[in-house]
Write a protein that binds this ligand. Sequence first.
Ligand code: PAF
Length: 282
Amino acid sequence: MRVITTISELKEAIQAEKSQQNTIGFVPTMGYLHEGHRALLKKARQENQIVVLSIFVNPLQFGPNEDLETYPRDFEQDQKVAGEEGVDIIFYPSVTEMYPNELSVTMTVNKRTDVLCGESRPGHFDGVVAVVTKLFHLVQPDKAYFGKKDAQQLAIIDGLVNDYNFPLQIVPVDTVREHDGLAKSSRNVYLTEKERAEAPALYSSLLMAVDLIKAGEDNPESIVNAITDRIKTETSGEIDYISILTYPGLENMEIIKGRYIIALAVKFTKARLIDNVILVEE
Ligand code: PAF
């Protein structure tokens, strides 16, 4: 496994792999790798000759009052995980390596941003598509792997790749959960003991919603109210949003029909957690 910190060295390494016609699977991350990332790496390992992992906490996708400074980092542990998952190249650039100058051309996501996380994190997805565009150009992967937990990010990146004809395939990977249902996240470490005990209510309320829909409830508002009640009763968290939208279009729906997502975000003292389920209702 090679750790590469500069763009010039990465370009050389990628060129060497391309000249041998090796397929490249790419897993972009911000590090502090957990089981969810392992699932992405495992899938990439199965499907490609070369696996490239990037670890870069991208300042462009953090708002002024967000956790850029305190975002958890542990490069030594990440290297261990990467080694165990058979990664060939870790790209671990500094901020100045990635952004030596202020960008002269910026990107704006026009669709799917005024809902879910985009609504409370203005500019977040512009920062995501900027870094992902850069990384895709550098790594030139055949396939890139993204978790369904960040369903809005996945939908937006899918839009980016389709709109701008990036020559690669986006592979969505299922959310990995703790034994009690809590979605794995780098931010779970910020939960207090009490909050950690409450947090599985996020997923169980989504499952309850699915049961209600399967039992015939097709009104999004009623479902959102039921989830709201459950989260308010079972957690001390503050609800950021609970939404039911079409997927991947992320548009409001009058009645629950077709492919849809139930997504939520709840703020605890030091961690804002997100979760979702994506389903089809005939
Ligand atoms: O999902 C993430 O960790 C980040 O948003 C990504 C895709 C690596 C871009 O910085």
